[in-house]
Design a protein around this ligand. Sequence first.
Ligand code: LHQ
Length: 261
Amino acid sequence: MSSILVSQEAGVLAVTLNRPEKLNAFNPEMHQELRRALERAADEAEVRAVLLTGAGRAFCAGQDLAERDVSPGAAPIDLSASIGSYYNPLVRRLRALPKPIVCAVNGVAAGAGANLALACDLVLAARSASFVQSFSKIGLVPDSGGTFYLPRLVGSARAMGLALLGEKLSAEDAERWGLIWKVVDDENLLPAATTLARTLAGGPTKGYGLLKKALYASPGNSLDAQLDLERDLQREAGFSEDYREGVTAFKEKRQPKFKGR
Ligand code: LHQ
């Protein structure tokens, strides 16, 4: 059985992490399959949005902790190798994908699994889902961008509490704290996330890619640099067919038909 499931419909590439018996924890195979799916999302023009979720009761429990021998006498483990080969490229790929990524967090999201969700563009969570920065429970540091997103999304005090204590944060608190976009009732998670992803897939893909670039560059930029970036990206957006279509549809008082270019 494949460690991820991939299907494509109505412009949406749906990717499901599929190691439910391991709470969808990452092993190298799952990393490689996810990388291939995201390459497909980047390469194929028909894919105009991605929907990421997990099979079973969890979204993702982070790294598969059974993969490494930590018994007394075992050789020291250099975790930077795995981060450099898998987790960092994954986060960079998600952030750089010039198409919107909707994450449907169907259950617990722990460790790198929590931060994988936060690397997506819009996070919906089932009411019963939770987010855990579980790294400190095993003596590690939040990775996969956790130390970047957390203080920016929820402020330093809450970021520090989440990281130090490694306690479960409920989906409702995650929404209230501004960590995620929205909570929905469990049975409505996939329908709502699919509708959202399909709506985005029918949108001005080129413009979405450019706005991702602008928002993700913002934390590292001065106002001056950001204004210059907005000018340059708006120039590019203004050359798109979808800009013309958007304005024409507005003037004609009809819904736009965006082609994504
Ligand atoms: C698991 C896991 C798991 C294997 C549950 N692995 N089996 C990057 C680079 C390199 C190395 C290190 O890490 C990283 C990044 C990271 O992600 S570090 C953080 C790794 N993840 C964790 O520490 C989370 C560990 N899991 C948990 O804290 C809990 O299982 C959570 C909060 C996710 C869920 O709790 P429960 O709902 O109470 O479920 P459970 O604990 O009973 O787990 C169910 C089963 O899943 C169980 O197996 P079993 O055979 O007893 O039924 C767990 O062993 C297994 N499982 N997470 N990461």
